[in-house]
Write a protein that binds this ligand. Structure first.
Ligand SMILES: Cc1ncc(COP(=O)(O)O)c(C=O)c1O
Length: 273
């Protein structure tokens, strides 16, 4: 496995950043996870746009997107695999030990790991912790993800693959690494970005391709929705068959099955939609 670390490809054993990198000491960094299929990245332009947006939101210097593209291409070429998870991490770089960022300049790491295809359906849980729709980091894909680590571990303890959060106002928000859609009276809905969720790329494509509505939804809609599904880069569209103790019978329901089909078709036709 070879990775890009601050300007060059390195073997995994030699791929190192400083212990004083602000990404490590305080989570001062942004990232993207991009799906690769047969050596080609999916929706890379949208991912790079979001990387730049997240960096701006954190007050990091703008990433050199030509360099990031080159790094991605080199890492993909160096590590052939059928389905991969390309991880781009852009951090505050060498800094003092506190929350002040140093002026040594940002760090860029691009790595790739194998990614299997997810099952078509999965179980989720709800968690009592909230997403903050008014925080300084709201909507940014930062490396400060430890809340997601805790919630995802709770999901795994309950035999689920994802944990869903409400926001501080009690509205449905998102999962640790996915967005959520529900079917109500046969119509597809997903929370608006104002709920505090990440503007997921799979979410945006699904809204565009299925005509789903962006709707403020109470968290307990999960107890009533006819169908529920998740979207994310590595899940694409994935049906939910259980939420907490509630079973949603019928495998992917009809609206979800249609969304899955449309997503597969459209994504297959255009690698950089
Ligand atoms: C918190 C969070 N919400 C939603 C998503 C889904 O976004 P995307 O479809 O761009 O992968 C992610 C990323 O994977 C995420 O980390």
């Amino acid at each position: 496995m070879r990775m890009w670390v601050n300007g060059e490809l390195r073997a995994a054993e030699d791929a190192r950043v400083s212990v004083l990198d602000h990404g490590l000491t305080v989570g001062d960094g942004v990232f993207e996870t991009v799906k690769t299929v047969d050596g080609r990245p999916f929706a890379l332009t949208r991912h790079l746009d979001r990387l730049a947006r997240s960096a701006r939101g954190l007050g990091l210097p703008a990433p050199d997107l030509d360099e990031v593209r080159r790094a991605c291409a080199e890492v993909i070429d160096a590590n052939p695999m059928p389905r991969g998870r390309l991880r781009i991490t852009f951090t505050g770089g060498l800094s003092p030990l506190g929350s002040d960022r140093g002026d040594a300049g940002p760090g860029l790491v691009v790595a790739l790991g194998e990614a299997g295809r997810r099952p078509d359906t999965t179980a989720v849980i709800t968690v009592p912790w909230t997403r903050n729709e008014r925080g300084a980091l709201t909507g940014l894909k930062t490396t400060s993800y430890a809340e997601n680590v805790v919630a995802l571990a709770r999901a795994h303890e309950h035999g689920a693959s994802e944990a869903l959060f409400a926001n501080t106002a009690g509205q449905l928000c998102e999962g640790t690494g996915s967005n959520v859609f529900v079917v109500l009276d046969g119509q597809l809905h997903t929370p608006p970005v104002a709920s505090g969720c990440l503007a997921g790329i799979t979410r945006a494509l699904t809204v565009e391709w299925t005509g789903a509505q962006e709707t403020e939804l109470p968290f307990d809609i999960l107890e009533r929705a006819e169908e529920i599904f998740l979207t994310s880069t590595l899940r694409d569209v994935q049906a939910v068959h259980r939420v907490d103790g509630r079973e949603l019978p019928g495998g992917p329901g009809p609206v979800t099955a249609k969304a899955m089909r449309i997503f597969d078709e459209r994504a297959g036709n255009d690698l950089d939609p």
